[in-house]
Ligand binder design. Structure first.
Ligand code: AMP
Length: 219
């Protein structure tokens, strides 16, 4: 079961993907997380991606498709995966389709999490995360403890460098220009499912579970 979570940065894809992984036992593939790890580890990939990420621009399709090709070879992906933040361009979607075809797999569906831009800006400027385990915090709805250390693992809680307002606005502009055309792409294939992403994480999770369960019943 290969599912795509589409949606603007900050629409809740990562939060939902983590819960879906626990419930359905298929891995989350977040190209953003993979790139941030490469950056932290100081690899060539990280160095190459850094300038794009800092500016809120997209990393090249060739680089991203290389990452996905490698990731899909890992055994845990053989029964499916939840793609979070990938694909982000039509070229990436085409590349992924041909990769999956080679193994006889298909996309089950693509969920578009819809959240108005102004709410995204409010959410992302308040977003914080643990630099060690990735646990999410939010200065408004889920404030980090006063000592600034993660309640789960004790790691340092930080703000992502691309969660500054000017970069967020650019990431949103990039999303509307380069990624949102994927809605028509997947709608044309009968695979698009629209979900209002403006409720509580639990409400949204329940809507997503319904889509997963319906798909599992039919297949
Ligand atoms: P994210 O955590 O998904 O918001 O990604 C953070 C940044 O990583 C983006 O602003 C891009 O610079 C880069 N990135 C992540 N995924 C992709 C992708 N599929 N295609 C191109 N760039 C990406």
């Amino acid at each position: 079961m290969y599912v795509i979570l589409l949606g603007a940065p900050g629409s809740g894809k990562g939060t939902q993907a983590k819960q879906l992984v626990e419930k359905y036992g298929i891995p989350q593939i977040s190209t953003g997380d993979i790139l941030r790890k490469a950056l932290k580890d100081g690899t060539e990939l990280g160095k190459e991606a850094k300038k794009f990420m800092d500016a809120g621009e997209l990393v090249t399709d060739a680089l991203i498709l290389g990452i996905i090709e490698e990731r899909l070879k890992v055994d845990d992906c053989k029964n499916g995966a939840i793609f979070d933040g990938f694909p982000r361009t039509i070229q990436q979607a085409d590349g992924m389709e041909s990769m999956l075809k080679k193994t006889g797999a298909n996309i089950a569906f693509c969920v578009s999490l819809e959240v108005p831009d102004e709410n995204i800006i409010t959410r992302l400027t308040a977003r914080r995360l643990c630099s060690k385990c990735g646990q999410d915090y939010n200065t408004v709805s889920n404030p980090p403890p006063a000592d600034g250390l993660c309640t789960k693992c004790g790691g340092e809680i930080i703000q992502r460098s691309d969660d500054q307002e000017a970069t967020i606005r650019n990431r949103l502009e990039v999303y509307h220009r380069q990624t949102s055309p994927l809605q028509d792409y997947y709608s044309g294939r009968g695979l698009l499912r629209i979900v209002d992403g403006d409720g509580s994480p639990q409400e949204i999770f329940e809507k997503l579970c319904r889509l997963f369960d319906d798909y599992n019943k039919k297949s």
